[in-house]
Design a protein around this ligand. Sequence first.
Ligand code: PLP
Length: 351
Amino acid sequence: MSYAGMTDIDAAAFNRIVDLRSDTVTRPGEGMRRAMAEAEVGDDVYGEDQTVNALEEKVAALLGKEAGLFVASGTQSNLTALLSHCQRGEEYIAGETYHVFAEEAGGASALGGIAAHPLPIDAHGAITPDQVESAIRPDDFHYPVTRLVCLENTMYGHVQPIADQQAIASVARRHGLSVHLDGARLMNAAVALGQPPAAVAACADSVSLCLSKGLGAPVGSVLSGTKDFIARARRIRKMLGGGMRQAGVLAAADLYALENHIDRLADDHANAKRLADGLARCKGLEIEATETNMVFIAPREEDLEPLRAHLAARGIIIAAQRPSTRLVTHLDITAEDIERTIEAFGAFYKG
Ligand SMILES: Cc1ncc(COP(=O)(O)O)c(C=O)c1O
């Protein structure tokens, strides 16, 4: 995945830049900045930051877990979880494109001596209970010890049905394994399903939720699980250099995001649908819609760079990844931005 982006855009030339690379590009608005400025803070390594404590409790309650731990990023959250679940020489199972395996610089194996057992995913980003069952190692000293199954929801924008997650979790439990859910965008899944977040999280022993993606905060993820698990995770976070001090200025943004930005994810989903429908008219452009805030496009190889430049000249930024490029709607993308994007694509494909 390439994150090339703003370099050839003359931002000053446009009233508005439409940045479709990711839902991480949002900037905190006035209300969120005010909440950050007014946050009550203390030393969180001493457990004295009331705003961080409130955030951890709120996320744990939303996800139906006993306790939460504020961490700097989704990557730190997943790594902390894996190091808390697994010992050296043990193994986790995950889909081969899942972020924890594919996009986190191999942290669990590099820093934790934890082996990965990646499985092929289906077109919807899912792995199946049968695949998991077959991947679990027999008790034989030749093999690593299977300890954990990692799920992801949403996965590439696709919602993983709750019943499917539960079926995998049943296999895991039958074999004495734990389940970690990378719920970086779990709120998108909950809103798309019309289910409470705790229902999406119920399959898992630990859940990582990002506040810095569709929810629009500048920084922060919360790892949640049982009190014992979070106590272990707190030690690992310290080991990873992730203990922060007056972190309430960040946690205040995350609380604000939870209070104000969950329900509006439905707008992002509607914008993504509108975008997918609008782009479907472009001949020669393959489109894959999802149920949430991502649309994948696969332009012909010879079109990719000219398309990116054509859009950039109109103040619209896409990541131009191969083999497909994701377009992501978010808090800073309006319905008018979507119309402008559809028009710009239309002009390219007509020309
Ligand atoms: C599904 C998923 N998990 C984890 C992460 C890691 O989050 P961060 O970039 O905050 O480390 C990402 C980042 O995009 C993600 O998409």
